[in-house]
Ligand binder design. Structure first.
Ligand SMILES: Cc1cc2nc3c(=O)[nH]c(=O)nc-3n(C[C@H](O)[C@H](O)[C@H](O)COP(=O)(O)OP(=O)(O)OC[C@H]3O[C@@H](n4cnc5c(N)ncnc54)[C@H](O)[C@@H]3O)c2cc1C
Length: 323
């Protein structure tokens, strides 16, 4: 029997699973089809696809910088070059703002960390019970699994549903707001535009990234990922499923207008609604560990709105468990 169950294959779950696997036998479950969580890669074919969650990593803390540099040396990650246009005069662009991406997709870090972990995808955890010093986990298909230790890495609202009664810390009663994001992915005929990304100053469209500029594939078509602003998505997200076409159209029209790229036929449009994209108000604790029931929680939302926050949270949880 494995001792530890980790729920979630995003940066938090992948990091804590990797660290704990040095001492314990670890199983990891995710309801998604593949690894990465909010840093997933939407594949079109073997090489082509869209980073439709995390756009790039820009490490801030020395420890995370070191970790990222090691992955660059190992050719898991690389710098994203080209021309990045910063059009938002209300926000300051940081000097030397490096943009790091996965060599194949932005879920490359999760894939790398999970290389030797038993991962089970398309498995949604529905219910947890703690009985006779064991966690009894019930999954969506009815299967039950038993573990000694349980680590949850879900976005806050999903964590609440699963585990509120087992968490003995005031953070669980907080109103942690996670902003939404609506992402449209489009394929168009090649244009002569040579920009890698745009950071807009607009109420609806926040960002656009040209996937071709990441140099992962060659194509005579252009692939663009368009991400909305939080404010606009917060208003639209609950009905995004019904309004996918309309919401994508609004983002696409904005894209052509703001970039002044000549409007061309859209050959393919995909839409992804992120209900819980990120939390910009860090908590007082970086992770949660209850050693009396062997329950841990780590996730980006403890620390901040970026992928680095999930890595920091997972390392913090590991230190607590080791004690
Ligand atoms: C649109 C968007 C753009 C972003 N851009 C950037 C950026 O440019 N740079 C940056 O640094 N960060 C960015 N972020 C934030 C970054 O993606 C997150 O901070 C980071 O990916 C969070 O990782 P995590 O492991 O904490 O959570 P997640 O990645 O959300 O992982 C949680 C995992 O748990 C799984 N899960 C949840 N509930 C269950 C359940 N009941 N059973 C089984 N599995 C479950 C989910 O499927 C998911 O895979 C962006 C996020 C979004 C959404």
């Amino acid at each position: 029997m494995s001792n530890v169950c980790v729920i979630g294959s995003g940066i938090s779950g992948a990091t804590i699973a990797n660290l704990l696997s040095k001492k314990y036998s670890v199983d990891l479950f995710d309801k998604a089809r593949g690894p990465g969580g909010r840093a997933s890669f939407k594949r079109l074919d073997q090489l082509k696809g869209f980073d439709h969650g995390t756009q790039y990593i820009s490490p801030k803390t020395p420890a995370f910088k070191k970790f990222i540099n090691e992955l660059i040396k190992k050719k898991i990650l690389k710098k994203w070059g080209g021309k990045h246009l910063f059009l938002n005069q209300f926000k300051k662009e940081k000097k030397n703002h490096t943009k790091i991406i996965g060599c194949k997709g932005n879920n490359d870090i999760s894939k790398y960390l999970l290389k030797s972990i038993n991962c089970y995808f398309k498995n949604e955890l529905k219910k947890i019970d703690y009985k006779q010093k064991k966690w009894i986990l019930t999954f969506a298909d009815g299967q039950k699994k038993i573990y000694e230790k349980l680590i949850l890495t879900c976005p806050f609202p999903q964590l609440l549903k699963l585990s509120k009664k087992y968490i003995k810390n005031p953070f669980i009663n907080k109103k942690i707001k996670m902003d939404a994001n609506i992402t449209a992915m489009i394929v168009i005929k090649k244009t002569n535009n040579n920009i890698s990304s745009y950071f807009f100053n607009d109420k609806i469209l926040g960002w656009a990234a040209k996937e071709n500029s990441k140099k992962r594939f060659k194509s005579n078509l252009d692939l663009w990922t368009l991400q909305s602003t939080y404010n606009w998505a917060n208003k639209k997200i609950n009905k995004n499923r019904e309004n996918k076409e309309l919401n994508s159209k609004v983002l696409i029209d904005k894209f052509f207008k703001l970039t002044e790229i000549k409007k061309t036929k859209i050959l393919l449009t995909l839409n992804h609604g992120w209900k819980y994209s990120s939390n910009s108000s860090p908590l007082k604790i970086k992770s949660y560990w209850n050693s009396s029931v062997n329950l841990g929680v780590c996730a980006d939302w403890f620390v901040g709105p970026r992928l680095e926050a999930g890595w920091i949270s997972a390392n913090d949880l590991y230190r607590k468990i080791k004690k």
